[in-house]
Design a protein around this ligand. Sequence first.
Ligand code: NAP
Length: 240
Amino acid sequence: MHRFENAKVLLTGGGSGIGRAAALRLAAEGATVFSVDVDHSGLPETERIRLHQADVSDETEISAAVRAAAAELDGLDVVVNVAGIHRTTPIAELTVADLRRLYDVNLIGTALCCREALPHLPDGRGVIVNVSSSSATHGNPYMTAYSASKAAVLGFSLSLAAEVIGRGVRVVVVSPGTVATPLVGEDVLVGLDISYYRRIRSPMGVAEPDQIAATIAFAASADAGYLTGAEIRVDGGSHI
Ligand code: NAP
């Protein structure tokens, strides 16, 4: 498929996991992808994939990154917000610093990128795809702060879709279940019974990043032209 021939894509979190897979998928379908991440060691620069180091939660850095993307690509067609962090904490140990960091990266990073990129998106065909999580709508022990930050991404995106629908700009949320990436490594999911988590929360098994990237590509493509203000859960049946 070549659904993104000549498309200009700004993507965050391209250095690893789902973002890396989405950058490669979109580039393979013809897009030029400007990836923003704190660490790009997992993604090589190519003619179709440009790398820019920035922290999405830093207002100055993400504003400069969006300006650089629009200048280098001569505009933007698609924005994909994938960058995110995870942390598990029992409620008794939850700190304000934990809550703030999860909100800073997951919600505020997404919101700032959308705010800065929207003026560059074309009326009638601009698209934003924001990555939330099945944890936004499904409780998991020790994930209060992470789930809240991802529910915030969902709520933010639905209201943004309502705000920009008059311009013909679409906003779609992709919510993965459990995906095999460093984000859900045993060093991150501290205290969780991972076998329970994988068995109950992933009845089809843990997803590969490519499977989520395929859904992101669909949501960003003209194939999804009637899709906005919608959440696509790609969770292998975790809500059954
Ligand atoms: P990942 O492999 O850790 O990739 C996330 C990328 O975002 C990393 O390259 C990371 O850099 C980068 N990043 C983190 N904080 C950043 C910041 N402040 N500014 C710029 N880049 C930053 O994780 P993933 O599993 O692919 O997760 C991608 C998204 O999917 C996240 O939003 C996550 O919440 C969501 N998600 C994942 C799963 C899952 O099971 N994996 C399930 C549901 C939702 P570092 O590696 O240097 O931190």
